[in-house]
Design a protein around this ligand. Structure first.
Ligand code: ASP
Length: 339
C-alpha cells in the first residue's frame, strides 16, 4: 500500500523527476536554485530504480535491478536482464533453446532502445545466443538501426560473439513432435508467446527498453515478428514512457502497438489505459480473429506507473520496485473463455 501510495503521488513524483534531471545535467549554480523541499522529494522518492518485464522472469528482473542498484543505467540493466533469459535453455522462446522454425532453424529477433531514442535491432539471427547484445552493438557501433540474417551474424562474430548451436535436444524433440502433424498455420497459444520485453527506469529517472525472442514456434523460414521492429515490439520515449509487446507479432505490427501505447500515454492516458486501448484496436477490428491468438502489452510512464493488459488470460508482468520482485497477473479482454 505504501508503495502504491507513493507511486500515485503525482505531484511529488513530478517534482522528483524534474529535479532529478536538473541535478544530473546542470551546473552547480542551477542546482542551488532547488528548494530544500524539492531536494527532499528526490531523496525520499523510492520508486526508482525500477524494472518491469513481460511474463514471469524474476531472475531476469533481479539481474536488471542488481545492475541498477550498482549505479548502472537503464540501458545496461535491460540488456543484462534480457541476457539471463537468452542464456536460459529451459525457456523455449528466447535465445538458446528457442523453438525453431518449421525447418529446424532457431532464428532470433531482438532490439534495444535508449533514453535518447537511439535504437538497434537484429532479425533472423542464427547461432548467437545473446541477440540483445548484438542489437546494442548495432545501435552503438554502426550507422544503422537493423541488421538481418547472415550479415547480422557476421557482424556479431566480428564483435567477438561466439557462434554456437542454439537448437537444444529438448527443442529438437518438440519440433520432431510438431512435425508429425506439421500444420501450416503456426500453433498459436499462450505458451508459445514468451518474448522477453523489459523496461527499466534508472535512479536518474531515465528509461530504456529491450526485447528478445526466437519468435513464433515453427514459423515459416524467414519470418520476422514484431519484437525487433522499433515501434511495434518496443518503443521508448524518455519524455513520456515506454512499452513492449508479446504475442502474435503480426497483429502487433499491424497496429504499431508499442508506439501506439506510448502515444496514448503522451495524450494523457495511464499506462494501464493505454495498454487496454492498444488491445482494443486489435480485437475491435472488423472480422478480428482474436479468439485464436494472444497479444499482451506492458508499459511504464515517466512517473514509474505501470500497466499491463492482454487479450486472453494468463499473461503476466514481472515488476521489481522498492525491493519487491513480483509476478503480477494481467487483466485481460476476453472474459468469455473458460480458462
Ligand atoms: N511477439 C513474438 C513474435 O511474434 C512472439 C512472442 O511474443 O513470443 O515473434
Amino acid at each position: 500500500m505504501k508503495r502504491r501510495h507513493f507511486i500515485k503521488n503525482a505531484s511529488l513524483t513530478g517534482v522528483g523527476l524534474a529535479v532529478g534531471s536538473t541535478l544530473i545535467n546542470c551546473d552547480e549554480a542551477t542546482s542551488k536554485k532547488l528548494a530544500d523541499e524539492d531536494v527532499k522529494a528526490i531523496t525520499d522518492f523510492k520508486g526508482f530504480p525500477m524494472v518491469i518485464a513481460t511474463w514471469h522472469v524474476i531472475d531476469a528482473t533481479a539481474k536488471a535491478m542488481e545492475v541498477l542498484q550498482a549505479g548502472g543505467n537503464a540501458l545496461d540493466a535491460v540488456e543484462q536482464g534480457c541476457r539471463v533469459e537468452e542464456a536460459n535453455e529451459k525457456g523455449q522462446s528466447v535465445g538458446k533453446g528457442g523453438l525453431p522454425d518449421r525447418d529446424g532453424n532457431v532464428t532470433l529477433d531482438a532490439c534495444i532502445m535508449d533514453k535518447h531514442g537511439n535504437c538497434g535491432a537484429v532479425v533472423y539471427l542464427k547461432d548467437i545466443t545473446h541477440a540483445v547484445s548484438v542489437a546494442r552493438q548495432v545501435m552503438e557501433n554502426t550507422p544503422h538501426v537493423m541488421l538481418a540474417g547472415e550479415g547480422a551474424k557476421q557482424f556479431a562474430v566480428s564483435k567477438g560473439f561466439e557462434p554456437e548451436n542454439l537448437l537444444t535436444e529438448a527443442s529438437k524433440e518438440a519440433w520432431g513432435k510438431w512435425k508429425i502433424e506439421a500444420k501450416y498455420k503456426p500453433i498459436i497459444n499462450i505458451e508459445n508467446h514468451d518474448t522477453i520485453g523489459m523496461l527499466a527506469i534508472d535512479k536518474n529517472g531515465d528509461i530504456s527498453g529491450a526485447c528478445t525472442t526466437s519468435g513464433l514456434a515453427y514459423k515459416l523460414g524467414g519470418r520476422v515478428g514484431d519484437s525487433p521492429i522499433i515501434g511495434s515490439g518496443l518503443f521508448v520515449d524518455n519524455e513520456i514512457g515506454a512499452a513492449v509487446a508479446t504475442g502474435l507479432g503480426e497483429e502487433v505490427v499491424k497496429t504499431v502497438g508499442s508506439f501506439l501505447v506510448v502515444e496514448l500515454m503522451r495524450q494523457g492516458k495511464s499506462p494501464q489505459a493505454a495498454c487496454e486501448e492498444a488491445i482494443s484496436r486489435i480485437v475491435n477490428k472488423p472480422n478480428s480473429d482474436y479468439k485464436n491468438f494472444q497479444v499482451g502489452y506492458i508499459a511504464v510512464n515517466k512517473k514509474g506507473e505501470t500497466g499491463s493488459y492482454s487479450i486472453h488470460q494468463w499473461f503476466s508482468m514481472t515488476k521489481f520496485q522498492d525491493g519487491v520482485n513480483e509476478q503480477i497477473q494481467s487483466n485481460f479482454f476476453n472474459k468469455t473463455e473458460n480458462s
